[in-house]
Ligand binder design. Structure first.
Ligand code: SF4
Length: 413
């Protein structure tokens, strides 16, 4: 089997170039007796490779690798039909079919990434789509038209629904990692229902020390009132991410026009720096999409963040259906991997705490291995010699045993 460094490269290729699934669908019909219609709709969300490398599946009929069943195991084959590694689908956690106290299915409230990260999208409405000023790569609001079978609706999750899921997850994980995002509300101002969520979490899961805060990362827009950065911290939020998306100021105006017009670049930067004063280094983030601007300006953004104690979240560009960049291509694998390597080296040098097991175990709001849409933190941990995968934050051993089997009977969305 390939060594872990090679598997991280494979993850990069799968995120940039996708994965062929059509041959697998044919095998499901011929060797597993699946109905044609069932096989046609089979679209697993994530794969687990060896050595705790987890990756999102992005289907592409021209990808370099394909999934295949061999001797009842899943394998990845290259274009020469050579097996490069075995793989597994990632099982949903055992509580995935539970209901909240108001009888809402968990699957309408949360999406799972890998084994440890729980993702909440508070709502799928972003007013920038109404005004034509949406971020050019984003498909948040149109997604419901393109993916009618997904649990996507404009309904906002209530604070109780979010807290019910977290309360259940805490029975299975030692310390679940949580991400909550949302679209921009119609008034383009204020923190809206996110305040109620924080109040509910602080009530249900009281904390005495900073490390006892529920590990929730909110990826939201700052508001026009800079005081509200402190309010987020005072309400009990663990970590915050105000995403640049692109760093170069010209690209920023062109690619995120709503953010530029309504909040403005100056206030965006100020909100990030003020956030570090309250949350502290290691708990403030900003995502930037690799592939939307030149490497030079992206790397400038990495330096800008690190010099202020902000951790960049670099994600490879993936052209989304329904976004204005639909049909575009990601940069080459080589560009993507080298850019990530450079960013990882800068972050590790300027924010040395990120190269410690202690940070990932006690302070990080996300599990590095379960960040399935990117590979920056895989590189940082690997190059720092950190091998406490999931940082002690894993499902109970009975759950892990369950997920160890090849399971081709479900769709994880
Ligand atoms: S602010 Fe931009 S990235 Fe966020 S939901 Fe709206 S359009 Fe999408």
């Amino acid at each position: 089997m390939p060594v872990r460094k090679e598997l991280i490269k494979l993850k990069c290729d799968l995120l940039v170039n996708g994965l062929r699934l059509n041959e697998l669908r044919k095998e499901l019909i011929t060797s597993q007796n699946w109905e044609e219609s069932r096989a046609a709709g089979f679209l697993p969300a994530e794969l687990k490779l060896h050595e705790e490398i987890f990756v999102q599946i992005r289907e592409n009929s021209e990808a370099n690798f394909r999934l295949k069943i061999q001797d009842s195991s899943l394998i990845l084959e290259d274009k020469n039909a050579e097996c490069v590694t075995t793989a597994e689908f990632v099982s949903l956690p055992p509580f995935a079919k539970n209901y909240t106290n108001d009888l809402t299915a968990f699957e309408k409230v949360v999406v799972y990434n890998g084994l440890c990260n729980l993702n909440f999208t508070w709502n799928y409405y972003c007013d920038y789509f109404r005004t034509g000023s949406e971020c050019r790569f984003c498909n948040l609001t149109p997604a419901q038209d393109f993916y009618p079978d997904e649990n996507i609706s404009n309904a906002r999750k209530t604070s109780s629904q979010v807290a019910d899921v977290i309360e259940t997850a805490k029975k299975y994980h030692t310390d679940p990692r949580l991400i909550l995002t949302r679209g921009t509300p119609a008034d383009k101002q204020g923190l809206g229902g996110t305040v109620q969520i924080l109040e509910e979490l602080s009530k249900r899961f009281p904390y005495n020390t900073q490390r006892e805060r529920t590990k929730l990362l909110m990826t939201v827009s700052p508001t026009k009132n800079i005081e509200e950065v402190k309010l987020l911290f005072d309400l009990g939020l663990h970590s915050v991410s105000f995403n640049f998306e692109v760093f170069d100021k010209g690209y920023w105006k062109a690619i995120v026009p709503g953010k530029d017009r309504n909040i403005g670049r100056g206030l965006w930067e100020e909100s990030l720096t003020v956030a570090v004063k309250h949350f502290g280094p290691g708990r403030v983030f900003s995502a930037m999409i690799a592939g939307l601007e030149p490497r030079k300006t992206l790397i400038e953004g990495v330096h800008w963040c690190c010099d202020r104690g902000i951790i960049p979240i670099i994600v490879p560009f993936s052209p989304e259906t329904g976004s204005q960049f639909e049909g575009f291509r990601s940069p080459t694998y080589k560009w993507m991997f080298e850019t990530h390597l450079e960013a990882a080296a800068i972050i590790t040098e300027k924010l040395p705490f990120i190269a410690t097991e202690e940070y990932w175990k006690h302070d990080a709001p996300v599990c590095a291995e379960c960040f399935t849409g990117g590979f920056l933190y895989d590189i940082i941990k690997e190059n720092s010699g950190l091998c406490d995968f999931h940082s002690g934050n894993i499902l109970s051993s009975s759950v892990l045993a369950e997920s160890g089997n090849v399971n081709i009977n479900y769709n994880k969305h």
